[in-house]
Design a protein around this ligand. Structure first.
Ligand SMILES: Nc1ncnc2c1ncn2[C@@H]1O[C@H](COP(=O)(O)OP(=O)(O)OP(=O)(O)O)[C@@H](O)[C@H]1O
Ligand SMILES: O=P(O)(O)OC[C@H]1O[C@H](OP(=O)(O)OP(=O)(O)O)[C@H](O)[C@@H]1O
Length: 339
């Protein structure tokens, strides 16, 4: 292959499923591990944001996590990995834009007749974090409603808008039965868009509070902030367009990725146990569907193997020993399918 052939042309994308992957940041490395586990082979040329997959009719598109819901939602890309928070922010933005459009009676068709939007296919089990309302730990504010009418710094402007719209409505005593238009509400609170290092906004006096992501809480603590509410709980998800170019290929990739995630979550636990204690042992390791039980050459003993969630492994091994299991082995699962 020459260097030129490595640069995908629009023609070379024809017939290929487009799969968006975060190009940088917190989700990049776990996303690349998933692709490797799913045997999606590619070589990304320096500075190129499109890479052709060698062994499948797929092209990977490397995009900022925040833009992936837009590309997938508009059907430009078939599949994508991004944060649930980003999908929620995108959807809140769509609600606000379409409301503004309706109000201004914009000319022209609002849709092209295709079904738009994205659907969650799988939770990928990494990138867990919370979008939280934060205020100075030692300051004049104590609860979310104290921030009404104040300055809020965030990269999640649409979610922040809806959050404070709801808060303002509650403060005004809006009835629950009322159909509430959060997207269209004009706010007393000022939402300021910041693109990064949002935590610095309070310390610098730019904002009275912020809405930003928290995982370990280290960044928040270092900035002298504390969380007073959670707007969204997030983790990385696989999303698909409602109108994918090749639904069969979407299903194949989803099945492969699901196999990798399941393998990462489980181990295979094998042990020997007297047949008289089998029922108790099976209660400890019921497996995903059921454990495999085989006879041993030794009279009155059986061998059991069952998938066990990694996070439950230590207590499961304790309980197995208690019911009389011996020779307990734990094996890593490299990949799975159909589980
Ligand atoms: N501290 C964190 N722990 C876990 N997941 C996170 C964390 N911060 C962000 N995420 C997840 O990763 C996604 C992308 O965030 P990240 O900060 O890596 O974005 P980015 O593309 O590098 O953009 P930016 O330049 O705005 O930082 C977030 O939407 C969220 O789902
Ligand atoms: O609770 P923690 O574990 O400290 O993580 C939270 C931080 O991680 C993210 O930022 P990131 O470091 O990705 O950089 P950014 O602020 O430039 O987006 C997020 O915006 C927080 O600042």
């Amino acid at each position: 292959m020459t260097g030129e052939e490595l640069i995908p042309s629009l023609q070379s994308l024809e017939g290929r499923l487009l799969f968006a992957v975060p190009k940088k940041g917190r989700l990049l490395s776990a996303s690349l591990n998933l692709l490797e586990g799913a045997d999606i082979q590619f070589r990304r040329e320096n500075r190129l944001d499109i890479a052709l997959v060698k062994n499948l009719p797929i092209a990977l598109v490397f995009l900022p996590a925040a833009d992936i819901p837009t590309f997938v939602g508009e059907g430009r890309v078939d599949l994508g990995i991004t944060g649930f928070d980003q999908v929620q922010e995108h959807d809140a933005g769509v609600r606000q834009t379409s409301r503004a459009r309706r109000l201004s009676n914009a000319d022209g068709p609002e849709t092209d007749g295709k079904v738009h939007g994205c659907e969650t296919v799988l939770d990928l089990g990494f990138g867990a974090c919370k979008l939280q309302v934060q205020i100075p730990a030692k300051g004049e504010y104590a609860e979310p409603k104290d921030l009404i009418g104040k300055n809020i710094g965030t990269s999640f402007v649409h979610l922040a808008h809806e959050y404070f719209a709801r808060l303002e409505l509650e403060q005004e005593g809006a009835t629950n039965g009322e159909r509430i238009d959060l997207a269209g509400r004009k706010l007393r609170t000022k939402i300021m868009e910041l693109s990064g290092s949002v935590e610095a906004a309070c310390a610098l006096g730019v904002a009275d509070g912020i809405v930003d992501l928290v995982e370990s809480g280290e960044t928040m603590k270092a900035a002298g902030l504390k969380a007073i509410d959670t707007v969204v709980e997030s983790s990385a998800i696989l999303i698909k367009s409602k109108n994918p170019s090749n639904p069969k290929m979407v299903a194949l990739i989803a099945a492969r990725i699901n196999g990798v995630i399941t393998a990462q979550k489980y181990v295979l636990c094998q042990y020997n146990v007297p047949r008289t204690r089998l029922a108790d042992a099976v209660k400890v390791t019921p497996g995903k569907r059921a454990p495999t039980v085989t006879s041993l050459e030794e009279e009155g003993w059986v061998a059991v193997s069952a998938m066990v969630e990694k996070k439950r492994l230590a207590p499961v091994m304790d309980d197995l020993a208690m019911v009389g299991a011996t020779d307990i082995l734990v094996l890593d699962i490299h990949n799975t399918r159909g589980s």
